[in-house]
Design a protein around this ligand. Structure first.
Ligand code: SF4
Length: 77
């Protein structure tokens, strides 16, 4: 996968700290979900990088952990 999608990242237009500061991540998630055209590409990139911090693809680190766990549980059924 190339990183071309990053050119369209909505977060480039905002204070980047919002994606890392846990007290502001809810606001960052809203930007991701409501305004970002590359949310699926971003989530895919985050998952490929492992258990990384910050909001990516509209999910917090904890949200991605839960998403991965659900996916793993479903795959094992
Ligand atoms: S989905 Fe990813 S690229 Fe888009 S605004 Fe959120 S963190 Fe940025």
């Amino acid at each position: 996968m190339t990183d071309d999608w990053r050119r369209w990242a909505e977060c480039r237009k905002h204070d980047p700290e919002m994606w890392w500061d846990k007290d502001r991540q809810r606001q960052a998630q809203e930007v991701c979900v409501v305004a970002c055209p590359v949310v699926s590409e971003c989530l895919s990139a985050a998952l490929s990088l492992g258990d990384i911090e910050g909001v990516w693809g509209g999910l917090t680190q904890e949200g991605r952990r839960a998403w991965v766990k659900r996916s793993t549980d479903l795959a094992s059924c």
